[in-house]
Design a protein around this ligand. Structure first.
Ligand code: DO4
Ligand code: MG
Length: 278
């Protein structure tokens, strides 16, 4: 089941059938029983052309009072790339240590006004010369700590700023339009998202593919519940929260995003999230 946030309210979609969900977005996405609510609504699914059209231009699936947090160095590839970029700052040691430690890296990423949705324009920081997209599975977590759904995220990151000094991480990660999420919240009818799901990244530049890569969710070193456990520890999220779970795709060191690039991230059953860089 895919739940879209649209200008006229939440819409549930299954293939080409849709139904309006008669709840406001804020309470819906913070409901630990979201799956049951959607299964009940699914009884009214219909081939409604008008609703279907609205799901084709969805908003970012985030509540007005929700924050985005992020986990890092959860894939071997990210550990490797970070060790390399921060060599002169002593990074060889601290990224390896966090990869192996019981406590994961968890950091604050964005508030809703810094977030764009599908088709939105993300911003390349003017004081960075090395910016990369980070395609990540995003967990939708209710205030109780229950993982109630999944979406796709782009944790846009300035590798030169974070590589210069780890204390610069907040500037490398958090700025105007630094995060994108969408296109919908995926709620499996039962169980969790399939760990074999593919994650893909493509960057189109002037009609050519400037970079493409892929991985699977099973390459992630940590469990989803483990990450959420640390996210919620001594840090309540009364309106629910979105957690980016880290990247397993890092372009080569000579690659940086440029203005006009089109970044497309796909994750198995969730669909594709596409954004232009400005
Ligand atoms: O440690 C820096 C950030 C890591 C990150 O964002 C990732 O691994 O995805
Ligand atoms: Mg990341």
């Amino acid at each position: 089941m895919l739940l879209y946030k649209t200008a006229s309210g939440p819409i549930l979609r299954d293939a080409s059938r849709c139904v309006r969900v008669d709840r406001d977005w804020e309470t819906l996405v913070n409901d630990p029983d979201l799956r049951r609510v959607l299964i009940e609504s699914a009884g009214g699914l219909d081939a409604d052309e008008n609703l279907l059209k609205q799901t084709e231009s969805p908003l970012a699936p985030i509540g007005e009072r929700q924050e985005i947090w992020a986990a890092g160095v959860t894939y071997y590839r990210s550990r490797d790339a970070r060790m390399e970029e921060s060599k002169s700052a002593g990074g060889g040691d601290f990224y390896q240590r966090v990869y192996d430690a019981p406590r994961p890296e968890i950091f604050f990423k964005a508030t809703p006004h810094r977030v764009v949705g599908p088709g939105g324009r993300m911003r390349l920081r003017s004081d960075s010369k090395w910016i990369v997209p980070e395609p990540e599975l995003v967990l939708l977590v209710a205030h109780t700590g229950d993982i109630v759904g999944y979406t796709i995220g782009n944790d846009l990151s300035c590798r030169d700023i974070e590589g210069e000094n780890p204390l610069y991480l907040p500037q490398a990660k958090t700025f105007d339009r630094c995060a994108s999420v969408g296109p919908a919240i995926y709620v499996p009818s039962e169980g969790a998202i399939d760990s074999g799901a593919a994650v893909t990244l493509r960057v189109d530049r002037g009609g050519d593919t400037a970079f493409e890569g892929q991985t699977t969710l099973s390459q992630m070193k940590r469990g989803h519940e483990e990450l959420v456990g640390y996210l919620m520890r001594e840090n309540p999220h009364p309106y629910g929260v979105l957690l980016m779970t880290g990247t397993g795709i890092v372009p080569p060191d000579d690659f940086s995003l440029a203005s006009g690039d089109l970044v497309t991230i796909g994750i198995g059953p969730i669909g594709e999230l596409c954004n232009a860089m400005e």
